[in-house]
Design a binder for this molecule. Structure first.
Ligand code: PLP
Length: 401
């Protein structure tokens, strides 16, 4: 009898969109390892190791540092539903899709989001945060997106932590598209709650949300007078599972995902955070040089652009969907389209984790050049590759004679 469904055979893809990013074969192999019970001492040891490595990556001494089951959005939801009680005011910087999502979650918890609306592509100014903290005092928390994946903006955070402390507010940071790609200093910047996702700069498949809470944040959860509206993401219950002394069953940990995260974190730490940030920086400059030669312009304000996610606006003649379809069909390359107001007008190109390599930058630029030449949007072959190559040669690589 013929099989109704063929064996799984996903096509080969170069993932250069807003996530998921490319995954190292070692991580995929770890996922294929045999299962352990989730209360097996061998598995509990592995959880301890993951916590230890996550503290290194988050740059924190926070005892409460775990991986929440679920994608980055589960991290966002876990932080907000645990820290928001009915009536709580939460200041939220909104300059893209992800800030708006945070406000929606706070609203669903019965909280009162104070929306610091800022034009897309611009940062949320520290002055605006300070004014809102004073005007709406008392405020439970300030929440900002470090790396706004919809616009490519890198939000400065250094000044916000002290402001929050002066006004007895907690500081919440979305580090989904930054952790492991650009510096994130949880302790150094006075962040109380920080979450990320595995599928972006950590280069692990989607499925876990690394999350860390300061003692102040843990205390705020302990002092809640109403139960957290989510049972699955109730961090006081989840904490008892991760706590070495308790290991109380809450839900079955996604074993294979934790294997993968352990291996991905090992790769991050063996490369070294600083080296990793520099790699993301160099490949970003080269990519932007090449895209600039093709007539694409960065959307985010100058001086506040991410090196992990590049949001570029298209020249009027360039059609969004057909080019992305050609990239995928002809070259197996995935990039992202614009979100919201940028739909059809911009691309989002991720160079996150394993995806951030010279080979990938040059492959993408070469493919774009060919497509642009075919449509006669450019006339000179090689302009994008030359621009990118010059960046690499300018950074210590030798120009061949
Ligand atoms: C991707 C992303 C999320 C959501 O993560 P998922 O893994 O898609 O659930 C949240 N915040 C930001 C800034 C993101 O880029």
């Amino acid at each position: 009898m013929a099989e109704r469904f063929g064996e799984l055979a996903p096509p080969a893809r170069l993932l250069l969109g807003p996530g998921p990013s490319m995954v190292h074969p070692r991580v995929l192999r770890a996922m294929a390892s045999r299962l352990l019970g989730h209360l097996d001492p061998a598995f509990l040891r592995l959880m301890d190791e993951i916590q230890e490595m996550l503290r290194d990556v988050f740059r924190t001494g926070n005892q409460f540092t775990i991986a929440v089951s679920g994608t980055g959005s589960a991290g966002m939801e876990a932080v907000l539903v645990n820290l928001t009680e009915p009536g709580d005011r939460v200041i939220i910087g909104i300059n893209g899709v992800f800030g708006a999502r945070m406000a929606t979650i706070v609203e669903r918890c019965g909280g009162r989001p104070i929306r610091l609306e800022t034009p897309w592509g611009r940062i949320v100014e520290a002055d605006a945060v300070q004014q809102a903290l004073t005007r709406f005092y008392p405020v439970k928390a300030v929440a900002l997106v470090h790396a706004e994946t919809s616009t490519g903006v890198r939000q400065p955070l250094e000044q916000i932590g002290p402001l929050c402390q002066q006004h007895s507010a907690l500081f919440i940071v979305d580090a989904v598209t930054s952790l492991g790609g650009i510096p994130v200093e949880v302790d150094g910047w006075g962040i109380d709650a920080c979450y990320s996702g595995t599928q972006k700069c950590l280069s692990c498949p989607p499925g876990l949300a690394p999350l860390t809470l300061s003692d102040r944040a843990v205390e705020a959860i302990r002092r809640r007078t109403t139960p957290c509206q989510s049972w699955y993401l109730d961090l006081s219950l989840v904490a008892d599972y991760w706590a070495e002394s308790k290991r109380a069953y809450h839900h079955t940990a996604p074993i294979s995902m934790l294997y993968a995260l352990r291996e991905a974190l090992r790769l991050v730490l063996s490369e070294g955070l600083q080296a990793r940030f520099e790699r993301h920086g160099l490949n970003s400059i080269a990519l932007m040089a090449g895209l600039g030669a093709l007539g694409l312009t960065p959307f985010a304000e100058e001086g506040h652009r991410l090196t992990t996610l590049h949001c570029v606006t298209l020249p009027v003649q360039v059609q969004d969907a057909p080019v992305r379809a050609e990239l995928l069909q002809e070259f197996g390359i995935e990039i992202g389209g614009g979100l919201g107001v940028l739909h059809g007008k911009a691309w989002r190109i991720g160079l996150m984790g394993e995806s951030s390599t010279q080979a990938n930058v040059l492959t993408l630029l070469g493919a774009l050049e060919k497509i642009f030449l075919r449509h006669r949007w450019i006339t000179q072959p090689g302009i994008a590759l030359q621009a990118a190559s010059r960046t690499y040669f300018g950074h210590g690589q030798q120009v061949p004679v």
